[in-house]
Design a binder for this molecule. Structure first.
Ligand SMILES: C[S@@+](CC[C@H](N)C(=O)[O-])C[C@H]1O[C@@H](n2cnc3c(N)ncnc32)[C@H](O)[C@@H]1O
Length: 324
């Protein structure tokens, strides 16, 4: 199967890591799109990092928009054409919606309707997109997948796509006890709940009603300042979190001290059998966080750059050892 996915700009390194971890082969990528193949069909649940995903029907050499449409129509096999329902067409070139000429649009619509589907300009049915990315030598015709998205997340919350990427980086397993000490809206735990788990632990110093809204199975919630103490939980083997960045929310001390403090004060929560962590940090504090954790018991395994609403950040992944 071949797919093109569009995702939040700047998440390419993390997206590629996650896709390759799921047996995908990357054909091409840029800072906000990736063309890839998979041995098996993917479900919407495996594509939650993306804003839009297209199942690819045809790939041809890129020409002008109208020249590309002509080539795509020539190469379009019957098997990929819908037999029923309604559809409309879109064209997205170099990062924005772009018009096809009326003649090209009609040619494409006729080709897609030749097995019984009906064109409708209103939408509501399938969408077939002609997509050309700047600097890619090819263009694609793809059917947009329905990712079943609900509305936007809470204000200040991570987007569901980024939260899902962070959860993926933790290599979820069904026996995980997952802890987010700075959970805010709970977006990370909500994303993690897409996979099986044993228990989810929410904590945020703010007394908000976010955790009550989460409605997740086996969720325990606390409102504790983790610089001062730890929630009364044990056996956490995964920590996935997005601590304050010290930009919008002051942390009141050098970032390395802040990091050491919360890591040490939550030691009692962590499994003596070892575990792993994924921490989102702004790029300015990335090295302070890595140095602080490395001085303690954490082995840093990798750090992948990300942009969060245009702000440079990194997803830092590491592990703590089993206690002997
Ligand atoms: C960057 S936000 C996390 C946003 C979250 N990932 C989301 O998607 O909503 C950091 C959170 O840490 C909480 N926080 C700040 N200092 C804290 C502390 N000392 N102990 C526990 N929570 C704290 C803040 O209330 C805030 O909700």
């Amino acid at each position: 199967m071949k797919y093109l996915a569009m995702f939040p700009a700047g998440a390419d390194r993390v997206v590629i890591q996650v896709l390759e971890g799921n047996n995908a082969t990357i054909v091409r990528s840029d800072e906000s799109s990736v063309l890839f193949t998979t041995p098996k069909e993917l479900s919407a649940d495996q594509l939650l990092f993306a804003n839009n995903v297209f199942e690819i029907l045809v790939v041809t050499k890129r020409k002008s928009i109208d020249g590309s449409v002509e080539k795509l129509v020539q190469a379009l096999g019957d098997n990929s054409i819908p037999r029923s329902g309604t559809f409309r067409t879109m064209c997205h070139f170099d990062g924005r919606l772009a018009p096809m000429s009326p003649a090209s649009r009609r040619t494409l619509e006729r080709a897609l309707a030749r097995r019984g589907a009906k064109f409708t300009p209103r939408g509501g049915g399938s969408e077939f997109w002609v997509i050309g990315r700047r600097d890619w030598p090819d263009v694609v015709l793809g059917r947009r997948m329905d990712l079943g998205r609900k509305g936007k997340g809470a204000k200040g919350a991570l987007s569901p796509q980024i939260a899902w990427l962070l959860a993926s980086l933790s290599s979820p397993t069904p026996s995980d006890v997952v802890f987010d000490p700075f959970a805010g809206s709970g977006a990370i735990l909500e994303a993690r709940a897409r996979w099986k788990y044993r228990e989810l632990v929410y904590n945020d110093a703010e007394h908000n009603d976010a955790s009550a809204k989460l409605r997740l199975r086996n969720l325990r919630s606390f409102h504790i300042d983790v610089l001062a103490g730890a929630p009364p939980v044990k056996n956490v083997n995964k920590i996935i979190t997005d601590p304050p960045w010290g930009e919008y929310e002051e942390v009141g001390m050098p970032y390395a001290d802040f990091t050491s403090k919360w890591w040490q004060s939550t030691a009692s929560c962590r499994s003596p059998g070892g575990g792993s962590l994924v921490v989102l940090v702004n790029r300015t504090n990335e090295s302070a966080l890595i140095e602080a954790l490395s001085r303690l018991d954490v082995e840093i395994e990798r750090s992948a750059p990300l942009l969060i609403n245009g702000h440079p950040a990194a997803a830092v992944c590491g592990s703590w050892p089993a206690r002997s």
